[in-house]
Design a protein around this ligand. Sequence first.
Ligand code: NAD
Ligand code: DAU
Length: 347
Amino acid sequence: MKRILITGGAGFIGSHVVRLFVKEYPEYEIFNLDLLTYAGNLENLRDVELEDNYTFLKADINNAEEIETLFEKYKFDNVIHLAAESHVDRSINDPLIFVKTNIIGTLNLLNAARKYWDNFTNKVFYHISTDEVYGTLGDDGLFTENTPYDPNSPYSASKAGSDHFVRAYGETYGLPYIISNCSNNYGPNQFPEKLIPLFINNILNKKELPVYGDGKYTRDWLFVKDHAAAIDLAFHQGRIKETYNIGGFNEWQNIDLIHILCKLMDIKLGRNEGDSAKLITYVKDRPGHDKRYAIDADKINNELGWKPSVTFEEGLEKTINWYLSNHKWLQNVTSGVYQGYYSKQYN
Ligand code: NAD
Ligand code: DAU
């Protein structure tokens, strides 16, 4: 029996983690704490919201008092922390909210855990982070858990700051923590500001596909359910005070991935081959754009037996199918405050 606080559970990765925990562990109480920003959407969890072991709490991790009240009331004994501002482009336009949510918000949770966990037996503060904290790679090499932090964007600097605080609370106060740093996720329920869902949505609407710079930037893509499975394993079997890198061993240059996506979308939509690729538009580069990310996921593989189970081909197929059959979701999330791609402002 555990009482697990999952933050950011209405977001992309968080919703997959919440679903997995609610379904796999009926004996646990799962509390999903989310502010429902532009990126959070309870539609993502319709299929589990009536389960007995699930409770949604609308709250702001930036509000220390509110967080403490919830710890006192619900007596969470574990935390899986995903709530964050997550988009690099937005962080370039408005760094402050990234500092608030990603650093101060994390501190508020750490402080509440410290205050309300009278002993640390069977407790864990599991902090979900990103490979972007390691900065950028050249043409070869992989990020390992020992790669020095070298963040380049306001987003990655804020995530690096939060990682450091989690580690510091472990060293200073003995708070039991685990951190994992994951590569680029893709799959159902991702807000259409990130590359893959943005381009799917734009192709659907015959809008231009803005490729930053020369398009020869490399990312390591992982299907979101594989990330959720890795989080499940690391949470239950990971060693306290350890970091685990999670990645897909699946590197693609943006432009190659975009061409595959265009081809698949032409087939799915019954359009002529080449129609979607005609929408490709090279735009001014993202400032501070990291050239290449690639994860060495050997540690989590060797220690916990995790490896990705979904091939990129299968994952893209599942993702496209999901977006095509969830038109309403796409319409709903794009009709609000979110106004489209941000790089326009760099031009
Ligand atoms: P997302 O933007 O889809 O979801 C973030 C969630 O956090 C949303 O539901 C939002 O409402 C919530 N939130 C934001 N501010 C909040 C606040 N002040 N209080 C409470 N809730 C708040 O993000 P995602 O892509 O699912 O990423 C989840 C986590 O995983 C983040 O910590 C991110 O840094 C990390 N991560 C993401 C990726 C990726 O490829 N998307 C890769 C590695 C790590
Ligand atoms: O590596 C993990 C990180 O991956 C996560 O920590 C972040 O939360 C997540 O947003 C993602 O960051 P990226 O910046 O890599 O993701 P994004 O989808 O924004 O961009 C992927 C690549 O595509 C990147 O090289 C920029 C490029 N791009 C992106 C967009 C949105 C374009 O060329 N055009 C675009 O319109």
